[in-house]
Design a binder for this molecule. Structure first.
Ligand SMILES: NC(=O)c1ccc[n+]([C@@H]2O[C@H](COP(=O)([O-])OP(=O)(O)OC[C@H]3O[C@@H](n4cnc5c(N)ncnc54)[C@H](O)[C@@H]3O)[C@@H](O)[C@H]2O)c1
Length: 269
């Protein structure tokens, strides 16, 4: 069975959609999709200017692009996003539900309802709204591939991120149920679990650590001695979108340099 011909990009001719693509992992994914031959990339972000900036980078690579300001936590905006994608490009072959927020660091006993809801609305309601609208389009066209961005924190939950970690566990549940319901429709649904990756979200976290020493300890604790690069996470996402991953379904794929899979201690000098 030939899944990708020699010399072709991984997603040659496909129409792709990426949420939260104005920054970080989403932006890197949109650019890699264009580099790997996507005919069009729909670039969504709540920050419309950031979405437009990434869309222009996609255009410069040579794919068609549509930058859209969409709040994934708003159902009617998400439905309009998918309608717009289909109106412009006729179909959506690959969808990457990446938009997410970290929320405030606090113990659960100190959480406000707003702390909880604000994270759930984007990270879990948002993935549900996108997934539902994407599945409707993909069923109608006879197939597709969806990648939901969860988090390595589900493999090693830590204190003070209750809403974030819970929302990312929810993304894993949604992904597997969607995969089970859609396999016979030619739709694969997988989840990627990034470890600590150098993006604005991670910079904000590092800035909140108590001093340079705490940052150094965090970096020293990474098995490869460094954070991940958004482009490294994008590679995994785009591969899962592609026909190269045609028999990969419902997986929760860690891309974390190994930190959640073994007990790592930096060698002492
Ligand atoms: N960076 C990491 O270390 C890391 C680790 C694990 C998981 N993740 C996950 O990867 C995804 C991307 O994170 P990142 O690190 O690239 O963060 P980032 O902050 O750089 O990018 C997130 C993007 O999502 C957009 N966004 C936020 N709320 C939105 C909404 N309601 N609707 C549409 N867009 C919205 C933001 O404007 C931003 O452009 C997130 O789901 C995050 O939880 C990141």
């Amino acid at each position: 069975m030939t899944v990708v011909s020699r010399g072709e990009g991984l997603v040659e001719g496909k129409v792709a959609l990426v949420t939260g693509a104005g920054s970080g992992i989403g932006r890197a994914t949109a650019l890699l999709l264009a580099q790997e031959g996507a005919s069009a990339v729909v670039v969504c972000d709540i920050d419309a200017d950031a979405a437009q900036a990434t869309a222009e980078e996609v255009l410069a690579i040579g794919a068609a692009a549509l930058g859209v300001g969409t709040d994934v936590g708003n159902r009617s905006q998400v439905d309009a996003l998918l309608r717009s994608a289909v109106d412009h490009f006729g179909r959506v072959d690959c969808a990457v539900n990446n938009a997410g927020v970290r929320g405030r660091s606090a113990l659960l006993v100190d959480y406000t309802d707003e702390d909880w809801r604000s994270v759930m609305q984007v990270n879990l309601d948002g993935v549900f709204y996108c997934l539902r609208a994407e599945l409707q389009v993909m069923r109608g066209q006879g197939g597709g591939a969806i990648v939901n961005v969860s988090s390595g924190t589900t493999a090693g939950p830590r204190a003070e991120l209750g809403a974030y970690v819970s929302s990312k566990f929810g993304v894993l549940g949604l992904s597997r149920v969607a995969a089970a319901e859609s396999a016979r429709d030619g739709i694969r649904v997988n989840a990627v679990l990034p470890g600590s990756t150098r993006t604005p979200m991670m910079d904000e976290y590092l800035a909140g650590l108590p001093g340079a020493e705490a940052v150094a300890v965090k970096l020293a604790g990474m098995p490869q001695g460094r954070l991940g690069d958004p482009a490294e996470i994008a590679e995994v996402i785009v591969w899962l979108c592609s026909a190269r991953a045609s028999f990969v379904n419902a997986v929760s794929l860690l891309a974390d340099g190994g930190i959640h899979s073994f007990s790592f201690r930096p060698a002492s000098n």
